[in-house]
Ligand binder design. Structure first.
Ligand code: GRF
Length: 200
């Protein structure tokens, strides 16, 4: 059983998808902490409604590593094994990443390495991509860059807007994030260079 922490900044729909899968017994994990850097994040409210321990550690005006040290202190106090970034809108410091080698996951709404950074769905539309999708990857020291655990593609349709494409991708995000966390918690993944190899 792995102790999982969720870090979020907003809506929290990926957190809810992870929580649903864990509570349904599909992943050998328990959510021991939810952290938000935004006091008014809806995800923080959902976490409290589901009776998870949930803390807000405001990040405004705090230097990156000083902030990360506050977060890691909370994680260490709860013996966290795996950290899931779920719409956490901050870059982690190298120091943070080094505390949890290959134990920090992120979900990104594009097929990386295409369209990293913000507004990936809008980037995909404007680029004229015919497919896009989502990626769960290990977090390393660069933005949206670490080894890829699971990806899923969706078509980009002629009539798509940023909203309709985002909704189609989000549906797949909610599928693949639990799948990826399950693989990690069951220790079924091995990383060789950039490749994440999965034991059946
Ligand atoms: C998702 O699109 C995720 O891929 C990106 O931020 C968004 C978070 O949405 N990293 P939610 O807060 O999980 O609903």
């Amino acid at each position: 059983m792995k102790n999982v922490a969720i870090l979020l900044s907003g809506r929290g729909s990926n957190f809810l998808a992870l929580s649903d899968a864990i509570e349904a017994g599909q992943i050998p994990a328990r959510i021991v902490l939810v952290v938000s850097n935004k006091p008014d994040a809806p995800g923080l409210i959902h976490a409290r409604e589901r009776n998870y321990e949930a803390v807000c550690i405001p990040s405004a005006g705090i230097e990156r590593e000083a902030y990360d040290r506050q977060v890691v202190e909370e994680l260490s106090a709860r013996q966290v094994d795996v950290v899931c970034l779920a719409g956490f809108m901050r870059l982690l410091s190298s120091w943070f990443v080094q505390q949890y080698p290959r134990q920090i996951l992120n979900i990104h709404p594009s097929l990386l390495p295409a369209f990293p950074g913000l507004h990936s769905q809008k980037q995909a539309l404007e680029w004229g991509a015919k497919v896009s999708g989502c990626t769960v990857h290990f977090v390393d020291e660069k933005l949206d860059h670490g080894p890829i655990i699971v990806q899923r593609s969706v078509p980009v349709l002629d009539q798509d807007t940023e909203e309709t494409l985002s909704a189609r991708i989000l549906e797949q995000e909610h599928q693949i994030y639990p799948e990826a966390l399950k693989l990690v918690c069951e220790a079924k993944v091995r990383v060789e260079q950039r490749r994440v190899l999965i034991r059946k």
